[in-house]
Every structure is written in structure tokens, then in C-alpha cells.
Ligand binder design. Sequence first.
Ligand code: FE2
Ligand code: FE2
Length: 186
Amino acid sequence: MATQEITEDMIFQCFAAAQQSKDIHRTAESFVDVEEYENQVMYPEFARWAEKAGYSELASLFRKVAGEEKLHAVWLRELYTEMGVPTRGEDTRRAIDALKTIRANCDALIAMNPDSVVEKALKVAIMVEEREALRIYPQFREQALAEGNERAADVYQKVVESESEHAQWFHTALRDFQANSRVATA
Ligand SMILES: [Fe+2]
Ligand SMILES: [Fe+2]
């Protein structure tokens, strides 16, 4: 039987719920969903993988970050309610449905090489957090400032700081993981 190898790209695609729109406001709006799916789908699933692979401390870190992503969704939803932008939920729903179909596949891959899957989940987490900390939210903040909306700029800045912290935590976790991993990493 051919051995299937899960790639970072496969994991990233599994969890890519965000809809990037040409209109920055629509993109910003869809990030309520991104935060929700990180809270409800992506990080709980990464925590489940880490737990299954025997890394309970790492599972706790994924759950801690999941909790903070919920907070981001709350901040953004508050902001958009004030600004009169309707909240949406279809993307999160779609991600939850997709997860049901990939879960069995993920479990089979974890059984084959748990450390490799956990390491890749960490790399995806870093990619997601850095994308938000360095590109997405700074862009939303700049746009808000250009429009004189300081309240929105403050909210985005708060998210930037939190996402930067998440990226740092995952970098440290990856370093520790690679130093202590039971198998040599490629
Ligand atoms: Fe977030
Ligand atoms: Fe985050």
C-alpha cells in the first residue's frame, strides 16, 4: 500500500476558510469567520492531533490560542455591529462541514506518523499567525486610519499584537518540538 504523506499545504487548504475580496471591507468582514473557524475548527483539531500524538502540553497551547481567537471574533463583531456591517457565519459552517470529511483521513495520517503531522500543524499555525500579524490586520489598520476611523484602527492594532504573540508562542513551541522530537525531522 502506498504511504500517503500529509503536506503543510494540505493542512492549510483544509482550513482555508477566508474569502479574500477586492473590497477590503468585505475581507475584513470575512475575518470574523476566520477568527471563528480558528476558534471552533482549526485549533481544536490541532489540539486533538497533538493529544493523540502524546503531546498534551502542545495540545494545551493550541486550546489556549483557540480561546483567544474567540476573543478576536468578539472584538471584530462588536466593531462591525457599531459600523453597521452584518455578521456572517457561512464560512465557519463550511469549514466545520469540511472537517467532518477530512477527519478520518487525518486520523489515518496521524496513526502513520504522528510527529510529522504535529510538526506540520505547528508550521501551518505559524504561517496563519504571521499572515495575520504582519499582513492582514496591519492592512486593515492602515485602511481604517486612512479613513479616519481610529476606533477600528485601535481594534485592529489590538489584534495585531495578539496575533504576533501567537506567532511567537508557536515559534518557541516548534523549536522545542524539533529539539525533543522522537523522530528526526526533514
Ligand atoms: Fe485571531
Ligand atoms: Fe491568532
